[in-house]
Design a protein around this ligand. Structure first.
Ligand code: 5GP
Length: 198
């Protein structure tokens, strides 16, 4: 199953996902391609595949993305290869924006959509400032985009409010574990159990 996790920049998505990946088994993280410059704390191939605009455009032209979008002035995309390779093995988490989530929703892939909300606007501003990795004008742009993005919460199946990190992690884990217990998702396992009763 694909878990599409969306939320405004600075809402704590990456930390929540990081904890979920540590706690749960059989779940992987989809590494996106981006033209955004790498932050000091990031590693190429671990956080993103950092590529140039020309290469990104070449991948778009070759239809190598399942979704892509221009976010805060940079291109971001989920490659088909990433979904095919990692998605075939088990559950996969995608950390993407609202535009990307919409593209996945209107496409053929089946996914669970989760929106992460910050507890309030001041808190989002505080977190973006404290992260200390972006310039003030970039923070201002991200806050402006957040106002627009959060209006789309109702397009998602679940909402997690990141007030306390531990609680938010527990909530996302509950969504994932709950989805794994769906009757249709467990069909093969159920049939094997039923067969043993014959
Ligand atoms: P950041 O630059 O802070 O890492 O990410 C900025 C925004 O881009 C976040 O909302 C993040 O979810 C989104 N993003 C990251 N990867 C992708 C992707 O592959 N596709 C789309 N549509 N958005 C992405």
């Amino acid at each position: 199953m694909l878990f599409v996790v969306t939320g405004p920049s600075g809402c704590g998505k990456s930390s929540i996902i990081h904890h979920v990946m540590r706690d749960l088994r059989n779940i992987r993280f989809s590494i996106s391609h981006t033209t955004r410059p790498r932050r000091p704390s990031e590693q190429d191939g671990r956080d993103y595949h950092f590529i140039g605009r020309t290469e990104f455009e070449r991948m778009v032209a070759k239809k190598q993305f399942v979704e892509w979008a221009l976010v805060h002035g940079h291109c971001y995309g989920t490659s088909k290869a990433e979904i095919e390779e990692k998605g075939a093995i088990g559950d996969l988490i995608l950390d993407i924006d609202v535009q990307g989530a919409r593209q996945i929703k209107s496409g053929p892939l089946r996914a669970v959509f989760v929106f992460i909300l910050p507890p309030k606007h001041e808190e989002l501003r505080r977190r973006l400032r404290e992260r200390g990795e972006d310039k003030p004008e970039i923070i201002a742009r991200r806050l402006k985009n957040a106002r627009r993005e959060i209006r789309h919460y109702a397009d998602f199946d679940y909402v997690v409010v990141n007030n306390k990190l531990d609680q938010a992690v527990l909530e996302l884990e509950s969504v994932i574990l709950g989805s794994r217990c769906r009757t249709d998702v467990r069909k093969a396992e159920i049939l094997a159990i039923l067969k043993s009763f014959k």
